[in-house]
Design a binder for this molecule. Structure first.
Ligand SMILES: Nc1ncnc2c1ncn2[C@@H]1O[C@H](COP(=O)(O)OP(=O)(O)OP(=O)(O)O)[C@@H](O)[C@H]1O
Ligand SMILES: [Mg+2]
Length: 252
């Protein structure tokens, strides 16, 4: 049982979450189970209040489930201390938000550099080279010293994408990351994320209200009232090919 679990980079089993509002408990998640294969790109959809952000927050350890099990890359998240969780977030997860959440007093360069400094693994020279490389990768090599207020929405979100990649995490989590962008810019950002998924094998899980964005994913999961209502695979063939375990050749 344990072995089959670890083949999934994200493993969620029967999680529940409720919030206390005064004396009343508001149920946000009511038994959600989800397995994500390494390299998969998942789209989460569903009406406002259906529990999408709650689920992403639990995956990132930004909140704790009432009950249930979550593991990220084989590590049990629910049992972790705050410190262990912070380290796991820095190493394994890159977050992208609707409102970009860049530090306004930091340049594009400094915003991307910050999580690398926090992780503390790269010396100054290697760190600076990495930030430059990331800025070029998202098409902002000529905007390094700009502050967020000196960048367009799409450019700010590109900085946020580069920041999410700063420590080369295997997983990218996005909550309505194109929600504040016009549709052309939104498509450009999603194209970039899909490229990262396909060329660097990043696992991506993102929330959107825009059905056209679902086309960028391998699988769309629809949530309703705190449960997974149904799911649709966009491209069975690609996933099945990647998923074939070695030594499972059943050709007669
Ligand atoms: N911190 C909180 N305190 C109390 N209730 C909360 C809190 N966060 C979420 N909820 C409730 O949990 C439910 C799920 O909220 P959640 O933010 O996950 O929805 P969502 O699917 O992301 O919606 P949206 O599409 O509007 O972002 C809602 O009923 C919400 O009111
Ligand atoms: Mg939300």
């Amino acid at each position: 049982m344990r072995e089959t679990m670890s083949e999934f980079i994200i493993h969620v089993e029967n999680i529940h979450k409720s919030y206390l509002m005064g004396k009343e408990a508001v149920s946000a998640l009511r038994g959600v189970s989800l397995n994500v294969t390494r390299g998969e790109m998942i789209c989460l959809m569903g009406p406002s209040g259906s529990g999408k952000t709650t689920l992403l927050n639990l995956l990132g350890g930004l909140d704790e489930p009432g009950r249930g099990h979550i593991s990220i890359d084989g590590q049990n998240v629910v049992a972790m201390s705050e410190e262990e969780m912070a380290r796991l977030r820095l190493q394994k997860l890159g977050f992208i938000f609707q409102t970009f959440n860049l530090l306004s007093n930091f340049t594009a360069f400094e915003n991307i550099e910050a999580p690398i400094v926090l992780q503390g693994k790269l010396k100054r020279k290697a760190r600076r080279a990495r930030v430059k490389m990331l800025l070029e990768q998202v098409g902002l090599g000529d905007r390094m010293d700009h502050y967020p207020s000196e960048l367009s929405g799409g450019q700010q979100q590109r900085v946020a994408v580069a920041r999410a990649l700063a420590n080369d995490p295997p997983i990218i989590i996005g909550d309505e990351m194109t929600g504040d962008l016009d549709s052309k810019t939104g498509f450009e950002v999603m194209t970039l994320i899909r490229e990262l998924n396909q060329t660097q094998y990043k696992t991506v899980i993102f929330v959107t209200h825009d059905p056209r964005m679902a086309d960028f994913s391998d699988r769309t999961i629809h949530m309703l009232d705190g449960v997974i209502h149904n799911e649709v695979r966009q491209n069975d063939i690609r996933i099945e090919n990647n998923d074939l375990p070695s030594g499972s050749n059943t050709t007669p």
